[in-house]
Design a binder for this molecule. Sequence first.
Ligand SMILES: [Zn+2]
Length: 493
Amino acid sequence: MANIKLLGLVVMVGLLVGCGFGEGPIVEGDPAPRVTITPTSLPTAVNTAVPANTTTSPDTAVVADIVAGERSIGDSYAPELGNTGYDVLRYTIQLNLDPALEYELDGAVIIDAVAALDDLGEMSLDFIGFEIDELLANGQPADFRREEGKLIITLPEPLASEEPFQLTIRYQGEAEQEPSPYVGFASWLGLFYAQDDTIYILSEPDGSRYWFPNNDHPRDKATYRFEITVPEGNTAVANGRLVSAENNTFIWEHNYPMASYLATIVVGDYERLEGQSPAGIPLRDYIFPASQSQFERATASSREAIDWMSDLFGDYPYEEFGFVSVHAPGVSLETQTMVLLSTGMFDEQTAVHELAHMWFGDWVSLDSWGEMWRNEGFATYLSFLWEYRDDPDGLELYMEGIRAFLEDNNELGKPLRNPPPAELFSAYTYVGGALMIHELRQEMGDDAFFAGLKNYFQQYAHGTASDEEFIAVMEAAASKSLAAFFSRWLEGE
Ligand SMILES: [Zn+2]
């Protein structure tokens, strides 16, 4: 994810570096009095217009209750999410979406899964809002109830471990809008109906349960099929590859494992552009013709960056890649294979940041949401590394500037792991994470650092990795302990 406030910070740090951190007097009449914009405290990604009651941790009694019922996938940072009783293999999402029917939809989700426990008689999905008209388990009507963000299903016949099963959930009605405790820059997560008659989705980290029933945690990845019917004149865009578009129904398939927060649908009056990277990776973008030239300027260098990242970390792991333009104020999102690029953020740094997430976050996802520094730190660092790819001294100066900036604002030394939920997407997660990664690279040396990252992707491809698993791979590549380095950054000094 990237948002405008963070980019503002980065641009500002860049300006400070550019003018040497106030060395020498500001020239009178300088049109950019850059030194004077140094904030007294580090700005965060949090939009203060959002209700402030989101800073508390989830109610511990509720959490304990949820965990006791196995209605948690076991992420201690976000114990309200997921379930360990089953493993979803594929979601088939069949929705009718109309930009004129704000926050209303109807359709069905078919879930193909296998039981992960013996004698599985009851299971839960994460799902909030809408009315459920019908719920079938292996074609038989199943009892269900809804509690605490969970759809709890009593299976007609208990399942044995590894037994496959299929759920069909038909639902319609209105989406619910609640602030996420982890996100300050959007008033809610899930569906957004924009004023320009488009529909888009923002789900990171806990928002996909606001538009379809699912096991809402990266630990349970699945493949996807989307069958989206829209009014004439609209295009429906989703992850993966467009397999057909007939009678206003757009069918997309993504046949690689994907975390639920990366699943996306965008509906609007779009034009499709097609191309390929210099090495031949198929590219398709969905744009508004009115902003085509700005879009093309912002994304032009990402065509080369996709090959550059493939060389550094392992081949681009999916069918196709591209961007879909959205009027999402101040936020862009790394939705797998089909990045949401805000029309207000048409710039190279955002495009390359989101592209980097195809590796860092999408291909290998977080085992716990408290490890967000690994997603945002790497995506941020990669956008710097790309910008300064022919200028290592320039990168060094830039990173020194970030270090001095964080020091001046008493941010250095704060633990990067498990921040308070409201600070999950703080600027420190992004630029502090990037600085840590730069210093890790210096600590290991380039050969070991890049070899370690290649190993990391080979080992955890299409799955998740924890911080401990990441550290073990990097220590093996470095042939030395990095325990003191990581403990200083992750746990704080
Ligand atoms: Zn990001």
